[in-house]
Structure formats: structure tokens, C-alpha cells
Design a protein around this ligand. Structure first.
Ligand SMILES: NC(=O)c1ccc[n+]([C@@H]2O[C@H](COP(=O)([O-])OP(=O)(O)OC[C@H]3O[C@@H](n4cnc5c(N)ncnc54)[C@H](O)[C@@H]3O)[C@@H](O)[C@H]2O)c1
Length: 307
């Protein structure tokens, strides 16, 4: 029996975060039902999960069982995963994790729809920045709603920010803390202010790194190199590409709306999103990407280099 008392979890959205979340819930023993808008995206997401699990099996074999998971554990995780293209399909789940694109109206619409379909259990959002209180109001059961902000990549990162809305009940909070433990994660409580703790700090860092390139102060690779000296494993521009530039832009907009112009997204970030270059997930952002591996600096950005 899990510490949370939950046995089945619904995940809405199988993008960068949803596939990682679904992998971890399935690996942790939860029956996991993933919903997205079409089967093609769902199959692509399941393939990503399969490859990630294969890497863990490889790590197990290479390390003589010290790291990773057994082939049997992989098969069990895969067997716990299933897919649906309808929200109705999720109504039997004990808890739902919403991980769709960072757009307020979309998240509100999903919350209202789940409520109108009769879902009444705990619903959490993986939002990076949007008011949990506002999303809880759209659900109509704000006591059973809160933020559960996983970090990317979910299978590797242990921290999960947990955010109460104004009306989140103690029982919901306790269940979500227990769920973090069930998933092998460490809960990091944060208050319901735009960007919570991590993105309030880190998003301005990425945004400023983009300005440094935009103003010709340093090149893309040199900006990232600078931060290795700070002990960072990955520079802010490569991280931005991993996060998704559309997601980053949305977070900047939410932060700017709540806290003012210091958080205003850089024009270059907006131009990249307008051009459909969203980072690793589209193959082009600050870097060019092949199968989520950076292969060079995006030539469209390289011209910002100091000559
Ligand atoms: N990318 C990150 O590093 C990161 C980290 C922490 C939290 N988050 C948050 O997680 C959430 C998801 O971000 P992401 O990076 O996975 O985005 P993404 O763009 O990779 O994926 C979003 C997914 O939502 C799906 N979707 C859109 N509308 C839908 C609908 N009506 N019903 C079902 N699915 C729908 C899309 O098809 C897509 O698969 C956002 O709220 C984001 O802020 C992102």
C-alpha cells in the first residue's frame, strides 16, 4: 500500500514533463493513465518513456545492479501504463496530474471540464508559474486542488515544489506530500506567488542570458561556458532549450504580470517562439538538436556573436 493511499494516477499531457511524470508514477507502482489530444502524440510519448526505461536497464547491467532498474522492473512499469484521448477516460483515477502547455485558459478549461464530468478527487497542476488559487477556482473544488511542480527531467530530479492554493485543505496537502514520498521525491513547499520559488529565481537568469546574447555581449556557447565556472552542470541557454522556449516565454509573461517589468521576456525569446523554434522539442532553439542532443549553435542566433 502506498503512503498516499492512492493506486491509480491520471496524467494529462504527454509532452516534455508529462512523459517523465508518467514514467515515474508507473515505475513507482501506480496504474497510470495518460491523456493527450491524439494517439500519435501519445505513442510518441510512450516511445520516449520506453527509451528512458531502456537507458535505466542499460545502467543496471553496466553497474552490476548498483544503478538503474532490472529488465523485469521495466516490463512491470510498461504494463502499468495506458493511454486515452478523452478526459472521461480519467474519471476513475484516484488523483490526476495536469501537465499541459503553460496556458492559463487551457488549464482552466481542463479543470472546469473535469469538474463538469463529475471528477471530484484530488487534481494537481504541474504549472511552472500560474496561480494555483485561480486554477483551483476553475476546478470548483479548491480544497482538493494544489500545485505539484516536478523538475525536468522528472526521472532524474528529486525535488518537487508543492504549492497550496488559498483554500487547499490539510488532507489534500498531506496526500500530496505522501505521494512525493511514494514517487521517491523530496517535497519543497513554496507559496502561491507567480513562479513559486524556483522559477522566480531561475527564469530571470535564463531571460538575462538571452539578453546577453541579444546585445552581442557574448556568444551562445560562451554564455553557457561562463556558468560552468559557477559549478552549473548545464548553462542557462541549453537549459532554456530543454525547458521549451514557449514554456519559458509563458512563465516570463506570468512573472511580468504579477511583479512588473524586471521579468519582461527578451524580444529574442519572443522572436524564436514566433518562428516556431522552441528548443530541443522542435530540433532548434539556441542550439540545433538531434534526438534531444545539441549538435551546434543555431545559425539564426550565431550572427549575434561579437565579431
Ligand atoms: N518544460 C519544463 O522544463 C517544465 C518544468 C516544470 C514544469 N513545467 C510545466 O509543465 C507543463 C507542461 O509543460 P511541458 O514542457 O511538458 O510542455 P510540452 O509543450 O512539452 O507538452 C504539453 C503537452 O500538453 C498537451 N496538450 C495541449 N492541450 C491539451 C489538452 N487540451 N488536453 C490534453 N493534452 C493537451 C500537448 O499536446 C503536449 O503534449 C506546463 O505547465 C509547464 O509550465 C515544464
Amino acid at each position: 500500500m502506498s503512503e498516499s493511499g492512492i493506486s491509480s494516477i491520471g496524467v494529462i499531457g504527454i509532452g516534455v514533463m508529462g512523459n517523465g511524470i508518467a514514467q515515474v508514477t508507473a515505475q513507482s507502482g501506480f496504474t497510470t493513465l495518460v491523456m493527450d489530444v491524439n494517439e500519435e502524440l501519445l505513442k510518441k510519448g510512450l516511445d520516449t518513456i520506453g527509451r528512458s526505461l531502456d537507458r535505466l536497464v542499460g545502467a543496471y547491467e553496466k553497474s552490476g545492479g548498483e544503478k538503474g532498474i532490472t529488465a523485469d522492473a521495466k516490463e512491470q512499469a510498461v504494463a502499468r501504463l495506458s493511454i486515452t484521448t478523452s478526459l472521461e477516460g480519467l474519471l476513475g483515477c484516484d488523483l490526476i496530474i495536469e501537465a499541459v502547455s503553460e496556458r492559463l485558459e487551457l488549464k482552466e478549461e481542463i479543470n472546469r471540464k473535469l469538474a463538469s464530468l463529475g471528477y471530484g478527487k484530488i487534481l494537481v497542476s504541474n504549472t511552472s508559474s500560474i496561480s494555483i488559487t485561480r486554477l483551483g477556482a476553475a476546478y470548483g473544488k479548491p480544497d482538493r486542488f494544489m500545485g505539484m511542480h516536478f523538475m525536468n527531467p522528472v526521472p532524474m530530479q528529486q525535488g518537487v515544489e508543492i504549492i497550496r492554493g488559498l483554500a487547499t485543505s490539510d488532507a489534500t496537502y498531506a496526500t500530496v506530500v505522501a505521494l512525493c514520498h511514494d514517487l521517491g521525491k523530496i517535497e519543497i513547499p513554496a507559496e502561491d506567488k507567480a513562479g513559486f520559488a524556483i522559477n522566480r529565481m531561475f527564469v530571470p537568469f535564463m531571460n538575462e542570458a538571452i539578453r546577453v546574447v541579444e546585445e552581442g555581449i557574448a556568444s551562445v556557447d560562451d554564455v553557457d561556458k561562463c556558468t560552468y565556472c559557477l559549478g552549473h552542470k548545464m548553462g542557462p541557454l541549453m537549459t532554456a532549450d530543454f525547458v521549451g522556449l514557449d514554456t519559458l516565454l509563458s512563465i516570463c509573461d506570468v512573472l511580468e504580470e504579477e511583479f512588473g517589468s524586471f521579468y519582461k521576456p527578451s524580444p529574442l525569446l519572443r522572436r524564436l517562439v514566433e518562428s516556431g523554434q522552441l528548443g530541443a522539442k522542435t530540433g532548434r532553439g539556441f542550439y540545433t538538436w538531434e534526438k534531444f542532443k545539441a549538435s551546434g549553435v543555431n545559425p539564426d542566433i550565431a550572427r549575434y556573436r561579437i565579431k
